[in-house]
Design a protein around this ligand. Structure first.
Ligand SMILES: [Zn+2]
Length: 323
């Protein structure tokens, strides 16, 4: 990964801006790192930025602000462009433009036969009503935001077991309805990370968060938990056989959420774990999208915190102060 740290320094100097009033250029340890971004720089990844609190980061037509500790983060879509230009505007000092290179994905396309046409889509009035109620619950939860550290503490695997289906590939399901004899097909992109595990395997929080949805019986998802990590990041766990938390619960990393199951519209016991990045500057949820949980697993807490430092030294967040 390329951090363009030198470029930032040059731009700061060229702009004549002082980002740390009182600090002498070139002083060592206590110097705050220059504002900038790094992180999981791949399509489906996560950009993590650090700057004085309140700094605005703009890219495309979106923006986030650094929190009171100076951190900001935002997701990269599966189709994110190769070059990402971020405009960084601290509360004081010159605007900085950082350009990051985003690694492409190479997701497979698969055709899966044997789709149970009668099971996948809600057909009967009862099924449609169930699916409708489930949709409203999910929308409400996706529109609920809690503060938190996002990805700063890293992520751990939420269940023991091998990965069985990665994030990203488009899958075309084909089958024949047993009821009508008609062929059906459904194309979908797999927006989660599946872990193969038997029913009853504990599901734990991959990172701290607040539960925003805990329901044993959503139509497609079955037993479901949403865990809001802050910074717009929410984990979604589906097909659970047990749900052991309630909406509003604050959960620490590693704490039990429930158990793997085979509930909802699924073909066998597994955990579907998805992570959505939500654009908190928008009132509607149309700008939100899923990112790749497997990439988040590469972030352990220490690495997330030091993502901005080429030398690997931990960033002293307490020293990031515009005053
Ligand atoms: Zn899945």
């Amino acid at each position: 990964m390329i951090w363009f740290r030198e470029l930032i320094v040059l731009l700061v100097l060229a702009g004549g801006g002082s980002l740390s009033a009182g600090a002498t250029p070139g002083t060592q340890a206590s110097d705050p790192a220059p504002p900038g971004c790094g992180g999981l720089l791949q399509q489906g990844g996560l950009v993590i930025c650090q700057a004085p609190p309140g700094t605005q980061f703009r890219w495309n037509d979106r923006q986030v602000r650094a929190d009171e500790e100076g951190w900001a983060m935002f997701g990269l879509g599966r189709d994110a462009g190769e070059k990402l230009e971020i405009s960084i505007r601290p509360p004081q000092g010159a605007k900085i433009v950082e350009e990051l290179t985003i690694e492409p994905r190479n997701d497979a396309f698969r055709v899966i036969e044997g789709l149970d046409c009668d099971k996948v889509d809600a057909r009967t009035p009862e099924q449609k009503a169930h699916a409708g109620r489930s949709w409203v619950k999910k929308q409400d939860a996706f529109g609920t935001f809690h503060e938190g550290r996002g990805a700063l503490d890293g992520f751990v695997r939420p269940a023991k077991g091998p990965p069985s289906s990665p994030f990203g590939p488009a899958r075309k399901y084909v089958g024949v309805s047993a009821q009508t004899g008609e062929a059906c097909e459904k194309v979908s992109v797999h927006r989660g990370y599946d872990i193969a595990a038997p029913t009853g395997t504990p599901v734990i929080a991959p990172a701290p968060g607040t539960v925003t949805l805990a329901d044993p019986d959503l139509y497609y998802e079955g037993g479901t938990v949403f865990l809001d990590h802050g910074h717009g990041l929410v984990s979604v766990f589906m097909h659970l056989s047990e749900v052991d938390v309630s909406a509003g619960d604050e959960i620490s990393s590693g704490a039990r959420l429930g158990a793997v199951g085979n509930t909802g519209r699924t073909t066998g016991p597994h955990l579907h774990w998805a992570v959505k990045w939500r654009d908190m500057t928008r009132d509607d949820r149309s700008g939100d999208f899923y990112i790749d949980p497997a990439l988040l697993l590469k972030l352990d807490g220490g690495k997330a915190m030091s993502a901005r430092r080429k030398d690997g030294a931990p960033v002293q967040t307490g020293s990031i102060n515009p005053e």
